[in-house]
Write a protein that binds this ligand. Structure first.
Ligand code: C2E
Ligand code: CA
Ligand code: CA
Ligand code: CA
Length: 275
């Protein structure tokens, strides 16, 4: 028994070591990707449910890995979050999304570009300055940039961070609560912070046509949003039935495969600037 016990420990050690090694390699490669030219942005449309018009786009990061090909954030964001890489990655996304967003919204300056901001990025003392820089450099207009934050990072944020967010909001940057309904949902931050948008997490939308409880939650969120005069965006809308149920509940905006997949910036400008 003792022998086998030790054997197990060794196997366990080996697995841990292997995992740590793979993680370290991923971190090294991601560093190269962030410093080099391997990150990309894909843009997914957000539409008005009654007209079908595009009201904005969410920029989603991708990694064009030299060997593995195009990687979604699920493959590398954890590693980025656990190191400081998320800060540099986030800065790249901020600058690039503003630059690309300016080009994508050139013909309709009422549309917005939304980016995801991690807690660690938000907590940096220079976050506000970086956002102001990105706006000034890109020329993106008042109200055109939305920062998507999760409930958890909003609740974790320090006073000084919240003051910076307030200042940014006064300068025309809008704030969205991402994955709404999946966090602690204390709701108190909705009155303390200049939140203008809530995004209903796609887990509530997924079975909205079949699950009465989820439908009730979605409905409550939409009503809450209306009462607080927030824009409510339903995420992960994949079929017309879901869209119809949401529209019936008074939801005005939606995002999901039904309306458009995340698409490389190059493809989007290709259709507008191509001769
Ligand atoms: P998210 O912010 O909730 O973004 C929406 C995710 O849902 C995206 O996955 C999008 O491709 C996917 N999606 C959109 N419509 C549908 C649909 O109809 N059905 C289904 N099943 N999925 C849909 P993606 O691009 O893999 O991103 C995953 C997460 O990674 C994002 O979730 C966000 O939390 C994070 N993320 C993405 N880009 C960035 C970034 O630049 N910075 C940071 N910090 N996080 C990012
Ligand atoms: Ca998001
Ligand atoms: Ca989301
Ligand atoms: Ca999410």
């Amino acid at each position: 028994a003792k022998e086998r016990g030790r054997g197990r420990v060794e196997v366990f050690d080996e697995t841990l070591r292997e995992r740590a090694r793979a993680r370290l390699q991923l971190e090294t490669e991601l560093r190269t990707a962030v410093d080099g030219d391997q990150l990309r942005l894909h843009h997914q449309p957000i539409v008005d449910l009654s007209t079908g018009d595009i009201v904005g786009r969410e920029a989603l990061v991708r990694w064009q890995h030299p060997v593995e090909g195009l990687l979604a954030p699920g493959a590398f964001l954890d590693v980025a979050e656990e190191s400081d890489l998320i800060v540099d990655l986030g800065s790249w996304v901020l600058d690039e999304a503003c630059r690309q967003g300016r080009l994508l919204t050139a013909s309709s300056t009422r549309t917005h570009v939304a980016i995801n901001v991690s807690a660690r990025q938000l907590g940096r003392p220079d976050f506000r300055r970086r956002v102001e820089n990105a706006l000034a450099t890109s020329g993106l207009g008042h109200g055109q940039l939305i920062l998507e934050l999760t409930e958890t990072s909003l609740l974790k944020a320090a006073k000084s961070t919240l003051a910076d967010v307030d200042a940014l909001n006064r300068a025309g940057v809008r704030l969205a609560v991402d994955d709404f309904g999946t966090g602690y949902s204390s709701l108190t931050y909705l009155q303390k912070l200049p939140v203008g948008v809530v995004k209903i997490d796609r887990s509530f939308v997924a079975d909205i046509t079949t699950d009465a409880k989820r439908r009730a939650i979605a409905k409550a969120v939409i009503s809450l949003g209306q009462a607080l005069q927030l824009d409510v965006i339903a995420e992960g809308v994949e079929d017309a039935e879901q869209a119809a149920v949401l529209a019936d509940m008074g939801c005005r905006q939606a995002q999901g495969y039904l309306f458009g997949r995340p698409t490389p910036f190059e493809h989007l400008v290709g259709t507008t600037t191509g001769s």
